[in-house]
Design a protein around this ligand. Structure first.
Ligand SMILES: [Zn+2]
Length: 238
């Protein structure tokens, strides 16, 4: 179904102050009548993302619900939590998975977002997951999102308020995501306002803010370089 069919509906966007979720916020603002947001503090090293998410929502005049689920770090392993070793390693539980992976995080996020969405009468949920640059995060795959939507709707069996999960970035490379931001008219905003860095460092670069060293910064810098080469070649490249 085209997103154009949803212009009379409201959407709830999961937001972290990063490139992906902020691009989704702009996408939702274009495709839905009204947009709300939700963000989670879960004991992550880059807790600044919650502050950045609030700043971004304020600038975009979007209501933000902030939820503390820092108990998660008592239950699962991840080097994304404060006080843990470097994220540039493999996961303690499985060497094929990045150390930054937080098991069950997206399932928990979607469950809590669905709970809040139902409470405020919203059925459309927007999440910035992507399987194109898949780096071992099983809960960013389309097969997981579809399954989660089915499970969430089976869990309540609401006839009118079942959730519909939208993932506009699912099949986009980082370069194409920058292109989408350009098309949505928010590329400058993405480059100057968002923070994707696992270390929460706000040092400015051509591709945005970050430490330039963590996997998230590396992916972003590489994607921006590719965006420039592929999409800015003939038009407004300086
Ligand atoms: Zn970084």
């Amino acid at each position: 179904m085209s997103a154009r069919s949803f212009l009379n509906d409201k959407a709830l966007v999961l937001t972290s102050g990063g490139q992906d979720s902020t691009t989704c916020l702009f996408w939702a603002l274009k495709n839905f009548k009204q947009v709300s947001a939700i963000s989670f503090y879960y004991g992550q090293k880059h807790a600044k993302e919650v502050v950045v998410a609030a700043r971004i929502c304020k600038k975009l005049n979007v209501d933000l619900k902030k939820i503390d689920i820092s108990f998660l770090k008592e239950l699962v392993h991840s080097n994304l939590f404060k006080g843990t070793p470097d994220v540039n390693k493999t996961h303690k539980l499985d060497a094929s998975v990045p150390a930054s992976f937080v098991p069950y995080r997206n399932l928990l996020f979607l469950t809590l977002a669905s709970a809040w969405a139902g409470t405020i009468g919203i059925r459309h949920i927007v999440m910035g997951v992507c399987e194109t640059d898949y780096s071992g995060y099983a809960d960013c795959r389309e097969v997981f999102i579809k399954s989660a939507q089915k499970t969430l709707n089976l869990a309540v069996d609401f006839k009118e308020l079942g959730v519909i999960i939208h993932t506009p970035l699912m099949r986009l490379s980082k370069a194409r995501e920058f292109r989408l931001a350009e098309q949505l008219g928010c590329l400058d905003f993405i480059l100057t306002e968002t923070l994707t860095c696992y270390n929460g460092i706000e040092k400015k670069h051509e591709w945005g803010k970050g430490c330039a060293d963590c996997p998230a910064c590396e992916l972003r810098a590489k994607g921006y370089g590719e965006y420039k080469r592929k999409f800015l070649k003939k038009s407004n490249r300086i």
